[in-house]
Ligand binder design. Structure first.
Ligand code: SF4
Length: 374
């Protein structure tokens, strides 16, 4: 198998860090709660853990295989609902049926400490996406079909290499919403090869309930974004009409499957939902609505990462030519100027305060040395 360009050197390199995907550029912020919870609360401590895919019966596994192929033949698997036979044509995601397009496979140390642990998270970055976020910090991967094509069996072989050579704590499927059938088939193939680490489904939450049903029993951790609250914002910035309602249904379904995030005594997350919200400049009111909704409608024990590392990227801040109001003069302007800056500490603080006020208390926090911590 040919692995293209620079990513080849990074594959299975435990020191690999993707500069575009490092989520831990923390500032010195005050702790979220006056009382820091040290250690793992007993309710979220697991004695041992067997991944859910290793508990599936052979009959259930066979049903999932059939369902995956059925979805590919008439794909409505994400909210784009293209109704195409992916063996013959492609939908909005531009990805067919037999393979998934992958950009990078590597142990990754840019995730939350309980996901990356000591050895890294075995990350598989899929090319393509069913959203078109104008600020996407992975736009060179997500908005283009760059990378190499892998069948589900080849994907499974890479999971095994990540487990055996990389000694990773989990297999972390990044931006997989548009290749869920291939992902489901790959997990089933890897289970037959001896995979034994948890599966992390790293999603924008722009999933369908049918897609999440296919993943039920195969995924251990949902690493889920909740991006924006207002439909006008999702339409403008994510290029999706129904993001918020979809994310609400998706997060509820994920929580129903795997519950609140739980850990083994080594501090590594094994099962549950880890919810991410990236605070956006000038959109802290939407962040406050999101954390309130999560506390009131999903779980006050939800493990949540309120992320501060927004920076203008992709289309944001790019110069464009616009027509002036007088005399047809043309002047330079920048695109999406309202989010063309970093997030202010007070914006971040207001979302954090709202989360605490709503009753959330399990936060992913920075520590002093940015090393592994709970
Ligand atoms: S996964 Fe792709 S083909 Fe299927 S509905 Fe979504 S965008 Fe369309």
């Amino acid at each position: 198998m040919e692995i293209s360009d620079t990513s080849q050197n990074d594959l299975l390199n435990p020191t690999f860090r993707s500069p575009r995907l490092n989520h831990h550029h923390f500032r010195n912020l005050q702790p979220l709660t006056s009382k820091r919870f040290i250690g793992i609360p007993p309710a979220f401590l697991l004695d041992d853990y067997i991944p859910r895919y290793n508990l599936l019966s052979s009959v259930s596994a066979a049903k999932k295989r059939s369902l995956a192929y059925a979805h590919l033949q008439n794909c409505n698997l994400c909210p784009r609902k293209c109704s195409v036979n992916r063996f013959k044509e492609t939908g909005v995601c531009l990805i067919g049926a037999e393979t998934a397009k992958v950009n990078v496979i590597a142990p990754h140390r840019g995730e939350e400490p309980c996901i990356q642990g000591f050895h890294g998270s075995g990350s598989v970055f899929f090319s393509g996406c069913n959203l078109r976020c104008v600020f996407c910090q992975n736009h060179d991967i997500a908005h283009q079909r760059k990378g190499f094509d892998l069948t589900p069996e080849e994907l499974a072989e890479w999971y095994m290499k990540l487990q055996q050579v990389g000694n990773v704590h989990n297999i972390n499927l990044v931006t997989p919403e548009h290749v869920v059938p291939q992902v489901a088939l790959s997990i089933l193939a890897a289970r037959d090869m001896g995979l034994k680490v948890p599966i992390v489904y790293n999603t924008s939450s722009f999933d369908s309930l049918e897609s999440l049903e296919l993943l039920d029993g195969l995924v251990d951790i949902y690493l889920a974004d909740f991006k924006v609250w207002k439909d006008s914002t999702s339409k403008r910035l994510l290029k999706a009409d129904n993001y918020t309602a979809t994310a609400m249904d998706s997060v509820k379904a994920m929580q129903k499957q795997v519950g609140d995030l739980s850990f083994t005594s080594d501090g590594i997350a094994k099962k549950g939902v880890l919810l991410r919200h990236l605070v956006m400049p000038g959109k802290e009111d939407e962040g406050r609505e999101i954390v309130r909704w999560l506390a009131e409608n999903v779980s006050k024990d939800m493990y949540i990462h309120i992320m501060e590392q927004y920076r203008p990227d992709a289309h944001v801040g790019k110069k464009r030519r616009t027509t002036g109001s007088e005399g047809g003069d043309r002047k330079e302007d920048v695109r999406y100027a309202e989010i063309n800056r970093a997030v202010k500490d007070e914006e971040l603080g207001s979302v954090r305060d709202a989360a605490v006020a709503a009753g959330l208390w399990r936060f992913c926090e920075a520590n002093e040395n940015s090393e592994f911590h709970l």
